[in-house]
Design a protein around this ligand. Structure first.
Ligand code: HEC
Ligand code: HEC
Length: 160
């Protein structure tokens, strides 16, 4: 188990690693942001590997009970964006030498090792047992800047 101390000692500004996805001026990034934020926030992309994002994009017709299919052009843009902005190229992987690699190809950010390490101190009663949150998939219920791609720890408030 990693401890909080571990993060405090080794990480300066973790939130900043996840704001990459909001980069403006890149059309593939813009397509990702527009097309993948209808039903939930445009998730930060650095939690999932290339293989996981491929698996997500290859099953958009059956996406967590929804049809989230894209036009071929938009799919190509989103694909190219996710191929170059994911866990495999992230600072999480390089900085921790693969220590947070997740086995298999989960479709969920919330099932990755790094996500779980960041959130392991939050008790379930504040998430699944909390009507104002219900699920970790709703990042914005605790991260007040999530809609704008900001996950800064100073901006976290768990509602109750
Ligand atoms: C039609 C609605 C809809 C659209 C459009 C949509 N999604 Fe989703 N997505 C969902 C639902 C519903 C879930 C499950 C949320 C939950 O578990 O509470 C989900 C979950 C996810 C998750 C897993 C979140 C977790 O639990 O870690 C990822 C990753 C994801 N979506 C990526 C995408 C991407 C990439 C796109 C754009 C191509 C997209 N979604 C577009 C409805 C949608
Ligand atoms: C129940 C509330 C809650 C939800 C929902 C939640 N988080 Fe968090 N998150 C936290 C808490 C608490 C921390 C730890 C903050 C700290 O270290 O002070 C955290 C930390 C983080 C950090 C590290 C921030 C930093 O600078 O250290 C990231 C990145 C992050 N969460 C991403 C996400 C993403 C992405 C989602 C949605 C898929 C999500 N979180 C959903 C509560 C939540």
């Amino acid at each position: 188990m990693i401890t909080r101390l571990f993060f405090l000692l080794t990480v300066i500004s973790l939130g900043a690693w996840f704001s990459v996805a909001s980069a403006a001026g890149n059309s593939a990034a813009q397509v990702y942001h527009k097309e993948c934020s209808d039903c939930h926030i445009a998730y930060p992309t650095a939690f999932l590997s290339t293989a996981s994002w491929d698996a997500v994009l290859n099953s958009l017709d059956k996406h967590f009970g929804e049809n989230a299919e894209l036009s071929p052009g938009d799919l190509q843009s989103v694909k190219s964006y996710l191929e170059t902005n994911n866990y495999d190229q992230s600072r999480i992987k390089s900085r921790y030498n693969g220590r947070f690699d997740t086995p298999g190809t989960p479709l969920r950010i919330t099932e990755t090792r790094f996500f779980q390490a960041l959130h392991h101190e939050v008790p379930d009663r504040l998430v699944s047992g909390n009507p104002a949150v219900k699920t970790y998939a709703r990042c914005e219920s605790c991260h007040r800047g999530a809609q704008n791609g900001s996950f800064d720890e100073d901006d976290v408030r768990i509602p109750h």
